[in-house]
Design a protein around this ligand. Structure first.
Ligand code: ARG
Length: 564
């Protein structure tokens, strides 16, 4: 139900063919102050065309608006403000939600097109960083949102399992490694080796040469190198999958950088054929001067390939395998230049589809205003953070609802949901300050607050013994007191569309917070459980709120426990 559209159609008819309904729809606003109506049409553009004062036009048009969905039309300045017919609109939307349930707000403009989403992509033998957490939860929410809009998401974990760092790691392992220690604590042990490598290499540059040599061996399939690499990879994946289980995130493909080892020659040959490869300092590069970018390094002097070479091969592979309509890369903004170069090189190669690739950047996770870094071993282990958040959620539940049956499961849903929500509630470009105490609160703009509101609404329905099917369209209420909540429900489909257009999950996070807030206000003012003529309508509204909150949370990758 799109009232902007209906309003635009009414106006278009009155205006004959001066502007199309679609053009008019874009002009319609939603007044910030509800006292100014539900929708407003500014007459300034028309005033220019008609060479007439805006308030005169508003006056003339408003007198002719006679549609049952509007109960009042007002003119203020150059604006036509319309008030929706509360009874008609509320009952329409509520019956729609009751029938559609979780399907409410679904769109089909994606037309089944494939959208590949490069997300998470942690590096083997290194801890799963906060940046990878951000990529995982933002990517997962984007996948859910585009799916809701009719696209086919394909979630790809482009594991960092190839590159010179593995040569360094093998060097370090052969010098100082201990197999038992690695087996017991793979990531922290391998990280320690990697850190030691860099410390020693500062005074002993020859070590870097050894590292490069081992990576070359790995690329050439040397048995010892490959065996060690596979072992590091397996152990790391085991640790990562614990985090993915906690986050409830799955992938359609785990084709990481190593997957492209045998697919890079083709790209290098193509670049060669198109005359795009030039030698620079004994390395092969693609010049991007015209594009205003530094050259893209394709092959090092020793013949070793690079991160960019693998991404070129991956982009082509994805186009050929999935024929995507969009190819997204959810990666921190510090890699912006890399993705600009990647897309520019592909365009130079004549691949027009490179125009459908997009880097979806995001800001950093900070503690005490500083970036959390892995290089020097200063790292917050993500699994610990998640577990700590789950513990805090359990503690909150113990206090508030000590008799809850499935405490462990709910604590997990709340603790993990809190971390995800904290990440998604801000525009993804913002840096976020990480604070466990802040994100696990049951009040304010937190995930637990939304989950708690949902659980409370569920408990009202349980107490009233309300059945979704029992809803009758014959509601005895004017919907005056309910209107604020109803008008938020009306917005849900638009919010989803906007979140999809901007690939911005924060739109949905902000929406569920707002909906929870207006609902809680309503709940404080109206005695829903007291028997009254209006009770059926009120319960139907509560039910609609639960459906929309649950679906909103689901689109963010967050569970909605019915009791907590
Ligand atoms: N592994 C990389 C890192 O941790 C991220 C990879 C992003 N994806 C890509 N196709 N380059 O920095």
């Amino acid at each position: 139900m799109n009232f902007k559209k209906e309003f635009a159609e009414v106006l278009a008819e009155l205006l004959n063919s001066e502007k199309t309904a679609a053009e008019l729809e874009l002009l319609i606003e939603k007044p910030k102050n509800a006292a100014h109506g539900d929708l407003a049409f500014p007459c300034f553009t028309l005033a220019k065309i008609k060479r007439k004062a805006p308030n005169l036009i508003a006056q003339e048009l408003s007198e002719q608006i006679k549609a049952p969905i509007f109960e009042k039309v007002e003119v203020v300045g150059g604006y036509i403000n319309v008030f929706l017919n509360k009874k008609l609109v509320s009952e329409k939307i509520i019956s729609q939600i009751i029938t559609q349930k979780g399907e409410f707000g679904t769109h089909d403009f994606g037309q089944n097109g494939n959208v590949t989403i490069d997300m998470s992509s942690p590096n083997i033998a290194k801890p799963f960083s906060m940046g990878h957490l951000r990529s995982t939860v933002i990517g997962n929410a984007i996948a859910l949102i585009v799916e809701k809009c009719g696209y086919q998401p394909i979630k790809i974990n482009h594991l960092g399992d190839w590159g010179t760092q593995f040569g360094k790691l093998i060097t370090a392992y052969k010098l100082w490694g201990d197999a038992d220690k690695v087996r017991a604590n793979p990531i922290s042990e391998l990280l320690a080796l990697y850190v030691k490598f860099h410390e020693v290499a500062e005074t002993n540059p020859a070590l870097e040469d050894d590292g490069r040599a081992w990576f070359k061996k790995l690329e050439d399939g040397d048995a010892e190198a490959v065996e060690l690499w596979e072992w590091f990879r397996d152990e790391s994946l085991k640790e990562f999958s614990r985090i993915y289980d906690l986050l409830n995130v799955e992938f359609d493909s785990l084709a990481g950088e190593s997957f492209y080892n045998d697919k890079m020659d083709r790209i290098v040959d193509m670049l060669e054929e198109k005359g795009l490869l030039v030698e620079s300092n004994q390395a092969l590069v693609v010049e991007l001067t015209e594009e205003g970018l530094p050259p893209c390094l394709i092959k090092k002097s020793d013949g070793a390939t690079l991160y960019a070479t693998r991404d070129l091969a991956a982009a082509l592979y994805r186009k050929e395998t999935y024929d995507f309509v969009k190819s997204l890369y959810v990666v921190g903004h510090e890699q912006s230049l890399h993705f600009k170069q990647l897309i520019a090189v592909l365009k130079k190669m004549g691949f027009e589809w490179a125009g459908n690739m997009a880097h979806i950047p995001f800001g950093m996770m900070l503690t005490g205003g500083k970036k959390m870094s892995t290089r020097k071993g200063k790292v917050v282990l993500l699994e610990e953070v998640l577990n700590e958040s789950i513990e805090m959620a359990r503690h909150n539940i113990e206090e508030k609802n000590p008799t809850l049956a499935n405490k462990d499961e709910v604590a997990k849903q709340v603790g993990v949901g809190a971390v995800i929500f904290h990440d998604l509630k801000n525009n993804r470009m913002n840096d976020i300050e990480f604070s466990l105490e802040e994100l696990i609160r049951f009040e304010g703009e937190t995930g637990p607050y939304v989950q708690y509101t949902f659980a409370r609404a569920c408990s009202i329905l349980r107490k009233a013994n309300w059945q979704a099917d029992a809803a009758v369209p014959d509601y005895h209420t004017s919907w005056e007191k309910e209107w604020k909540v109803v008008s938020h429900l009306l917005e849900f489909p638009n919010v989803i569309k906007r979140a999809c257009d901007n690939l911005d999950p924060s739109q949905i996070a902000k929406y569920v917070i707002d909906l929870a807030q207006v609902f809680n206000k309503y709940y404080a003012e109206v005695r829903i459980l007291e028997e009254s003529e209006e009770q059926t309508a009120r319960l139907a509204l509560v039910y609609s709120v639960t459906e929309v909150l649950k679906e909103g949370l689901r689109l963010l990758g967050i569970a909605a426990p019915e009791e907590m």
